[in-house]
Design a protein around this ligand. Structure first.
Ligand code: UDX
Length: 438
């Protein structure tokens, strides 16, 4: 199928290269001309395992290219996918201005019979609004519209797209469903099926999934507070709780809390949507509060270990919002860095991928090229993301470089015994039996 993808962020670009790898003919475009130029030269604007290879393969085979305008991208396309970002606007609400502007543009240039697929995460009712805008903009256009939310995780985006847990299509049009079935046909194998529903349920399902993941994490973090006070170990508790197949072990990791571009925003979007509709979704407000508390709790562990922060050097290991990505949007590490800086600490950060991006967000942050450089003279090391590189560090060397031997593990990532055996004081999250000296 000839497909146009509007927006080349994580969802759009990954969807585009993945569909090209399945044999579709894909043309991507973006409102940012520099991004289009970069992509046309074969360079991805962000890091994602497997992305560069699929990008090169697609471009070499001729199945994938990038266009400077929506007009050029949608010309002759049977399917147009809207993957435009939805930046935060105002008090946690999100702006759909970019989506509307893309829709008006595509309506003017789309081919007759086109199927418009909405992949951006949007509140229920947006697909209906998009349909209305297209009708106003181009009354003569024959088109169908489908909501098909995307559930990919950063750092696993290609595998999540090519081997998804579920594929969703929400539409009122049989032609829309037929196009989606054809589009995803290579993925509908091995029992994997397309869940067909109405557009509003499809739209809400995306917000509902992300908010539920956030609830699970906040549940684990709230348990961590109780474990700390009761002498239990939250990692043991969640191991047992997660062994129940009705609950499952994923997303029960207590620590610094959830960050990133999606979870924090989607929790607030769903809560505010419910409020506008006359329902107070207090459960979600509480998830956000517990998440803020999780960061606060780790900050207090650092303060507790170091007493006054003025003149102390704190090294943050892992600046991305999670390991495996160079994305620092909503990164808990940066929230922690700002707080420690405001209390007078010298904060130095190291991350295998996200250093430069972090420095741009928090210019006062000192950047180290490697872990040893960050640790040298530090009074405390805080683990903020689960990079495998951190586990490989020689802990005795770490101890010898640091001014004070204190490790605060904001992700419960390291083996407590190994850290203590290296002569370091180990402070983690939700482990009530921990003593200060270890
Ligand atoms: C998320 C959803 O998982 C994905 O389905 C959706 O399409 C986009 O949003 P992503 O933003 O890539 O994906 O991050 P995710 O892997 O969900 O992690 C979110 C945050 O939660 C990270 O900061 C991570 O460190 C944190 N997290 C995750 C925990 O604190 N504990 C856990 O147990 C799991």
């Amino acid at each position: 199928m000839r497909i146009a993808v509007i927006g080349t962020g994580h969802v759009g670009l990954v969807t585009g290269v993945a569909l090209a790898s399945l044999g579709h003919e894909v043309v991507g475009t973006d409102a940012n001309p520099e991004r289009v130029a970069l992509l046309s030269g074969g360079t991805a604007p962000f890091r994602e395992p497997g992305l560069d290879d699929l990008l090169h393969e697609g471009m070499q085979s001729g199945g994938l290219r990038f266009a400077a305008s929506i007009a050029e991208a949608v010309e002759g396309a049977a399917v147009v996918m809207i993957c435009v970002g939805r930046p935060p606007a105002g008090l946690g609400d999100t702006s759909l201005v970019a989506v509307e502007s893309a829709v008006r543009d595509l309506a003017r240039h789309a081919a007759q019979g086109v199927v418009v697929v909405v992949k951006s995460t949007v509140p229920p009712g947006t697909t209906a609004r998009i349909e209305h805008v297209i009708r106003l903009e181009r009354p003569d256009l024959d088109f169908a519209i489908v909501s098909s939310p995307e559930f990919l995780r950063e750092g696993h985006a290609i595998e999540d797209t090519l081997e998804p847990d579920r594929l969703v299509a929400g539409s009122d049009s049989e032609r829309g469903f037929a196009a989606i079935r054809e589009l995803y046909a290579p993925l509908l194998v091995g029992g994997r099926r397309l869940i067909e529903t109405d557009p509003r349920s499809a739209e809400l399902s995306k917000l509902a999934s992300n908010a539920f993941l956030a609830l699970k994490i906040s549940y684990a973090n709230a348990l961590a507070r109780v474990a700390e006070r009761s002498g239990a170990d939250v990692t043991q508790v969640t191991r047992i709780v997660g062994a129940d197949t009705r609950i499952g072990p994923a997303f029960l990791g207590a620590g610094l809390g959830y960050g990133g571009y999606c979870l924090p925003k989607d929790v607030v979007t769903l809560e505010q949507l419910a409020h506008r509709l006359g329902y107070e979704f207090g459960l979600l407000r509480e998830a956000t509060r517990v998440n803020d508390e999780a960061l606060d709790s780790v900050a207090r562990k650092v303060e507790e270990a170091l007493w006054n922060l003025e003149g102390k050097r704190v090294a943050l290991f892992g600046l991305a919002f999670k390991a495996g990505t160079d994305d620092v949007r909503g990164a808990p590490a940066l929230g922690l860095a700002r707080r420690l800086l405001s209390e007078g600490a010298d904060v130095v950060g190291w991350d295998p991928m996200a250093g430069q991006a972090a420095k741009q967000e928090v210019p006062e942050l000192q950047l180290a090229r490697e872990a040893w450089e960050a640790a040298a003279g530090a009074h405390c090391v805080v683990i903020c993301a689960e990079w495998p590189e951190i586990v490989e560090l020689d802990l005795s060397k770490l101890r010898s470089l640091m001014a004070y031997p204190v490790v605060v593990d904001g992700r419960n990532f390291l083996d407590p015994r190994q850290v203590r055996d290296a002569g370091l004081t180990y402070v983690s999250v939700g482990r009530g039996q921990e003593t200060e000296s270890g």
